[in-house]
Design a protein around this ligand. Structure first.
Ligand SMILES: Nc1ncnc2c1ncn2[C@@H]1O[C@H](COP(=O)(O)OP(=O)(O)OP(=O)(O)O)[C@@H](O)[C@H]1O
Ligand SMILES: [Mg+2]
Length: 225
């Protein structure tokens, strides 16, 4: 499978017994799959997403994206892998305040000195048009609504044509109506781009709009209806 997660464990050290957060989480997703993960606060959803995003390492277990285990890479290769293969959407938009909308979408591309700047800008403009922000390209984040900022974050997540998009509470800071719009947009962009999408959410509405769901229970993922 293009994304295979096998028996993932994550312990956080404490002064006493280590805190076991993931206790054998497994998952496999095919190209074009979208999965919503729900579960109680503190159950390890963000921990799992951080590991899938290679921002944190598991205590044991294996992650494979397109047959590659990213945790075998050295730091530089891992950073490149993350930048090119994985798109992130967070609850808080994480946009850079000094850059305008178009520039923010292009930020992930700046690390590559051999980039085709013209093609990337055209792609950024097209993504921003698809998220309804063609008339806001020069605005800075402070000059946007919360929903608009999250639209920019969606476009930025897709600029590198990632294999995998990870979203942690992507609608958590939005009112119900805006949350629905952003959730629909996230799924629509996912279908257009053919990415694998994994979203963590407390919103039953958002989870229900996904084609598949899993619940984090006792440090493992259980597929739910
Ligand atoms: N860096 C860390 N060091 C120690 N413990 C941590 C660390 N990060 C998370 N934890 C603990 O791991 C558990 C799982 O945290 P995590 O953030 O993955 O939960 P979550 O399911 O995303 O919760 P929420 O729905 O509230 O966002 C929590 O009990 C938390 O206190
Ligand atoms: Mg969390």
């Amino acid at each position: 499978m293009p994304l295979t997660v096998t028996d993932l464990r994550k312990d956080y050290p404490t002064r006493g017994e280590p805190l076991r957060v993931l206790a054998g989480a497994s998952l496999s997703l095919a190209d074009g799959d979208a999965l919503a993960i729900t579960g109680p606060s503190g159950s390890g959803k963000s921990t799992l997403l951080h590991i899938l995003g290679t921002l944190d390492r598991p205590t044991s277990g294996r992650v494979e994206l397109d047959g590659q285990d990213p945790f075998t890479l050295d730091d530089a290769a891992l950073a490149k892998f993350r930048n090119e293969r994985i798109g992130f959407v967070f609850q808080d938009h994480h946009l850079l305040p000094q850059f305008n909308v178009l520039e923010n979408v292009l930020v992930p591309t700046l690390v590559n000195p051999n980039r085709d700047a013209a093609a990337l800008e055209a792609h950024a403009r097209s993504l921003l048009e698809r998220v309804g922000l063609a008339a806001r390209l020069e605005h800075r984040p402070a000059e946007l609504s919360g929903g608009e900022r999250q639209r920019v974050a969606l476009a930025r997540a897709l600029i590198q044509k990632p294999k995998l998009v990870l979203a942690d509470e992507p609608t958590g800071n939005l009112d119900r109506h805006t949350a629905q719009t952003i959730g629909d947009l996230l799924l629509e962009l996912h279908r257009q781009a053919g990415t694998i999408l994994v979203a963590v959410t407390h919103s039953q509405d958002l989870a229900k709009s996904f084609p598949a769901r899993a619940e984090m229970t006792d440090g493992r993922l259980e597929r739910s209806a």
